[in-house]
Design a protein around this ligand. Sequence first.
Ligand code: PLP
Length: 765
Amino acid sequence: MINLPNGLKQPLSLIYLDANATTQVLPQAASAALATMETLFGNPSSSHITGLQAKRIIDETRQQAKNIIGAGDGNVIFTSGATEGIQTAILSALHHAKKSLDSSKEYCLLYGATEHKAVPESLKHWNKILEINAEVKAIPVNEVGQLDMDFIAKEVPNALMICTMAVNNETGVYQDIHLLDQTIRANNKDTAWMVDCVQALGKTDLNLANTSIDYAVFSGHKLYAPKGIGFMYVKENSLFTPFIAGGGQESGLRSGTENLPGLAALNVIFSMLNGNSKTIFTTLKTLHIFRQQIAAALTQAFPEIVFNHSFENSVPTTINFAIPGFSSKEIMDLFDAANIRVSSGSACSSKVARSFVLDAMGLPVWQSESAIRMSFGPAMTQQQIDEACTRIVFAAQALGQSCLTTDTNIITEKTALEGLLQFKVGGSCSWLYVDKKTQSAIFIDPLPELTERLKTLLTCQGLNLVAVIDTHGHGDHQSCRGSLADDYLAQQQTDMLGWPVNSNTTIVHGKHYPYIVLGDKWLIKLNTPGHTTDSTSLLLCDPVKASTDDLLVHYAFCGDLILMGSLGRTNFSTSSATAMYSSLQLLKALIGTDSLICPSHDYNNEFTTSITAEISRNSLLAQVITHQINIEKFLIQKTLMDTHIIDQSGSEIMCGALIGDCHKILVREYTSRSLTEALAQPNNIILIDLRESYEYTLGHDKHFKNNVPLTQLVEFVHQHKHNKQQPLVLVCRTGSRSQLAAQTLLRLGFEHVGHLKGGYALHQY
Ligand code: PLP
């Protein structure tokens, strides 16, 4: 455990820095909402006193909303939230536009490229439903997120509608509404203009009646009211089509019995904003100071931090940044462990987690992929900011302790590395083996994305790099072997893959193999062509005592020869399926059936495998190993298999087709309660926390005394290969890492492995 700075106590209190996603309901607002459920519960449409009392709340709230946004003679209609407001605005504009479409003209619908997805998706939806078939066009933004006025001037004459946002939810960047107004109206007097004001409420001054904005939408839950209440502004005389018809509430503009609790809460928030009641909201000036303080703490903690937006043109309540060398998932895990809630500023689509907002601003891909957003609201206090700043530095210390950063000069202790570590980037793997005694290490199949991390690790741990080796020339990705070798092994003479030319030779089963020494282990190289001509397998094993002895292999780094649930592709120009056949048999002869195989890809998060585990689901491999198939038949089947190299998402798997039975193994799931019950039984369960050591250090359940970071799962499998009966229960942050690891252990013959479903997220400590 690292020492907690003065005043920090475990468990760490919650620091919530995700206000742009949603906010907690203020106690004052919550009690007003509660009152409308317990006492002022009338239906505002009822004409008795209870109904009239309810109606008064709505009227008051509407009046206050009008004041806050400067609605003038415009209307305020209550909705369920901004998404409903967006539908209503778009439906209103397009329903009207449809009536006067000129079939000889080409129309467009414009929206800002950094708009919340609710806007373009709704535009596309209604464009289709109403059969308008206008072209839906994104307005580009410049590098600081401001809309391209020239583009608007050019395109808006043909626009049936234009949608822009006042403040961006990922970056806090605000638009110049006045300039937009001028640009739009100079080129199209009549087009409908909607502005998404969700992130502007309470953070900027609004005076909508002074603009030509037709519709503006707002949401309560971004400003301390509950979810499910929002409102929209409609300019006087702007066209309107009800999105929800029914009992005629909201003057027939939005039917359905009003959300009175939500409205009462909103009323309280509005009273504070209007200065009609004691406010806890801080001034804009103070919010700017808060952001400076957080930015300073972040810079102290991560000196290489890059801010993804300019503070000059963004509201002070948002900070979006990236830390070189860290994915947003890693930083999210770190902050969650430190009990700081932030958001990965990216929309997690199935394959790449990237921020389309930062992409639209033209930021480098790595910044967009590793974006983190911190956001807070006007109810933030100096005390909370101070705590957040201390905690941010504290979280960075934990990273330093794991030797993932050397940036902090506050690192007091380090966790010494030992054994095998697996690093993954996308579906590719790099492997670092560390011999603790001699402080030496080898790095296999080095991915360029890991260069800096490896250098930091080597320096921080004081490790001596003995070799950096590729198992083969990778076709799908670059290797950083050359640059690492230049930095650490300039004197070493190697072949093209990094194997030292002056290595020793040993005899195994009558054949000569080169090897290098790493502490008390050997790394033996054998040529295993097939996937490519230059493919090799590297076997980390005990030293060979007699040439007749079988090898005692700990790990077989076999590149793309055997992949998990698959075999490497053999349809490249340098491939040979027949050579692969012999390589598979050679590998099996040297490593046996139970040594751990560490391939250079892990497309399905399976970590490691063995020949025993593979032959049960890979019938082609099974037939080769048991000599049930000859080279000719293997060639036919392998050629067929290579035609199936498309994965579920439709993209080509570069290095090997998925074959055989990749079905997920059923893992026993525990809840907090069933785990407590199980622990009360005499079954000797061992509880393992699978999060990385920096997360574990920051806080864990006291029962989870063992930490096996997922990066070291393969080492754990090796260490426990003779104790597979031991009941294990795994935990992680959300239950996803623990489930994957449990599946791997079960597949490799561990008998009793379960995991805590939902992880720490659903299990308080
Ligand atoms: N627009 C912006 C800018 C937002 O941030 C959000 C919420 O994330 C929405 C629209 C959708 O708001 P609601 O959740 O009220 O539908």
